[in-house]
Design a protein. Structure first.
Ligand code: F6R
Ligand code: ZN
Length: 185
């Protein structure tokens, strides 16, 4: 019998290898109205990549799991740190697990009732995202923030439900990380 070579994640960099991969880059031009300061966003180069997602190309069938790594680059739109768009799962009850790999940041979690909280993300951090909970990564550091995620293939994404924003936004003010509660983003 031969031994199967599985895909690999390089823990230090988050690079996925040795499997069929899907890749998606999200750029400044894709993130209209995601940041508080839309004028500041328009001043930035639209082509600039805010985050890359690499995923193993595995089955989406009921009961199967997806595995992906998000690389969220350091930067700000105005004073607001670079972040992912963020989403609920289309199948609201489906949860997810994130593992911090490198860099420093925050995971913003928000329930359907609008209760929001922030968890610190760092190499080795483990984040249990329950069902019915929207999630967004925020890079508050000066390095790339990379996180590994595992989620059900059937979960899907619902971006529209939070298109007006999460209840918390995170800014750099006086060289410090400041989280602010806001009304409807
Ligand atoms: C999958 C998941 C992550 C995100 C990725 C990009 O359910 O949570 O793989 O999809 O971090 O963020 P979004 O999808 O919000 O643009
Ligand atoms: Zn998700």
């Amino acid at each position: 019998l031969s031994f199967i070579q599985p895909p690999q994640v390089a823990w230090a960099s988050g690079a996925l290898a040795d499997g069929p991969l899907l890749r998606k880059s999200t750029r400044i031009q894709d993130l209209t109205h995601v940041f508080a300061d839309e004028n500041a966003r328009q001043q930035l180069a639209g082509e600039q990549v805010v985050y890359d997602v690499e995923m193993l190309d595995t089955s989406p069938a009921d009961g199967e799991l997806y595995t992906g790594v998000t690389h969220l680059y350091p930067g700000r739109v105005g004073c607001e740190y670079f972040m992912t768009r963020g989403h609920f799962h289309a199948r609201r009850e489906q949860g997810e697990v994130y593992f911090g790999l490198r860099g420093t940041g925050l995971l913003l979690l928000q329930t359907e009732q609008g209760d929001a909280r922030l968890e610190k993300v760092f190499a080795g951090s483990v984040h249990i995202i329950p069902g019915f909970t929207a999630h967004r990564l925020i890079n508050t550091g000066e390095e790339v923030l990379s996180a590994l995620a595992v989620w059900p293939g059937i979960a899907g994404h619902d971006y529209a439900a939070l298109a007006r924003g999460f209840r918390i936004r995170v800014f750099e003010e006086n060289k410090r990380v400041q989280a602010k509660e806001v009304q409807n983003g």
